[in-house]
Ligand binder design. Structure first.
Ligand code: SF4
Length: 413
């Protein structure tokens, strides 16, 4: 078997991404040490634009949770969180992040030479993805004696009604007031609009990057997306992700023009539904590569492809995007969204990841896989695993199941 280095066409923008990430984390570390700067922690689809506009440096703990999983540290750290009273089947991002804090072990030390995540002056959650974010941030609020604030949009929505958006907008206004009064700040509306506008442009470019995978052969896969999505999560509200995604998009468009595929001799187009399996991303991507199967689209990478901001009330845009994200919708909306994605990306089969510790972002627990099979005729594979905790994932069994699934697709053709 050839090595991955020989098989793959590397994405040139990756070098630039590494430099950007380094700058981001060193900037956060410097902010946490500077008494004149403030650090806010924010959930991945939380109201970061408000924090940026109020002058905070913003850090996203879920990224650290993913790093702990990708570096295969989670299963060693989770027991420490369990010892502190957290259930072993609660979110493994949360548990490994708590375990990391309790042990002082962080991959940020090796990667960037910093001790770990920046100490927060403020923690701001949004329960649009799950209630775990609130409990996760509360742990660190107690630990650092820092205020924890947040918003709780209505969940499991079909259509999103204007009244629901208005309700969430009201929560955002209240949140701004709480932060202003706690830190003696005053929101500059022009600065908020600028942050929202920058955020939206980054998100739109990210969507355009993902959309290049509609082409055959797809120039980028889900596995690449897991790496390259970092700026749209961590740096929203700034110019940096815009510049980065312009370069990445140009590279992907160049690949499309030249017919360069991310997977050699692409034969099968797969949709990944649910969380990644961070500790096994490399093995899984190699397996799919060897099977000539491109994972052309995913719900996960699409989670930060928001509707564009086209002027008007920035808080309304924030309220709408917070409320209408996929994870916050009902089963019927999700199924319709998936069917549209399958058509859009010419999908041959879908893989559902049943992530043990994230029921919130697992969508095969209420019959959806069966319905897609029966009503859409879509071949479906459900794999059991977890986002970070390898104890819930069998590599051998999963690889066998993936191989059998691709054989099934071959049989259908
Ligand atoms: S959505 Fe899932 S992985 Fe993300 S914080 Fe919530 S429980 Fe954890």
């Amino acid at each position: 078997m050839q090595t991955e280095a020989i098989k793959r066409v590397p994405i040139e923008a990756t070098g630039r991404l590494r430099a950007l990430m380094r700058e981001y984390f060193l900037g956060l570390d410097a902010a946490a040490r500077d008494p004149d700067r403030r650090v806010a922690w924010c959930t991945s689809v939380g109201p970061c634009e408000i924090l940026v506009a109020l002058g905070f440096d913003v850090y996203f703990p879920e990224n650290h949770g993913a790093m702990l999983g990708a570096k295969r540290l989670s299963h060693e750290l989770i027991p420490r969180a369990v010892g502190a009273g957290y259930c072993p089947e609660s979110c493994s991002y949360m548990n490994s992040d708590i375990g990391s804090a309790l042990t002082g072990r962080s991959p940020l030390r090796e990667a960037y030479g910093i001790d770990g995540p920046p100490t927060p002056n403020l923690l701001v959650y949004n329960t649009n993805q799950c209630r775990e974010t609130q409990d996760w941030f509360s742990f660190f609020g107690r630990r650092h004696e820092s205020p924890v604030m947040g918003i709780c949009p209505p969940g499991y929505l079909g259509a999103v009604e204007p009244a629901q958006v208005a309700y969430v907008r009201g929560q955002l206004v209240r949140l701004i007031g709480q932060i202003e009064s706690r830190f003696g700040l005053k929101m500059d509306p022009a600065r908020l609009e600028e942050a929202v506008s920058l955020s939206s442009r980054a998100s739109t470019l990210w969507r355009e990057v993902l959309e290049t995978a509609r082409t055959r052969p797809a120039p980028i896969t889900f596995w690449d997306g897991l790496i390259h999505m970092a700026p749209v999560i961590l740096m929203r509200g700034s110019q940096a992700p815009i510049d980065y995604y312009r370069a990445l998009l140009a590279e992907m468009e160049d690949r499309v023009r030249s017919g360069v595929g991310a997977v050699r001799d692409e034969q099968w187009r797969i949709y990944w539904e649910g969380m990644p399996v961070w500790p096994k991303v490399r093995e899984l991507s190699e397996k799919f590569f060897d099977l000539r199967a491109v994972v052309a689209a995913s719900t996960y990478c699409n989670s930060w492809a928001f509707r564009p901001y086209e002027g008007g009330d920035p808080l309304e845009w924030m309220a709408a995007t917070s409320t209408e994200i996929f994870i916050n919708r009902d089963e019927a909306f999700k199924q319709a969204f998936l069917v549209e994605m399958f058509e859009r990306f010419s999908i041959d089969g879908v893989i559902f990841h049943n992530a043990r510790t994230c029921p919130n972002n697992t969508n095969c627990r209420f019959g959806m896989a069966q319905r897609l099979r029966d009503k859409q005729g879509m071949p479906v594979l459900v794999i059991d695993g977890d986002l970070s905790d390898v104890r819930f994932f069998s590599t051998a069994q999963t690889m066998t199941n993936v191989e059998a699934f691709i054989e099934q697709l071959e049989g259908r053709r």
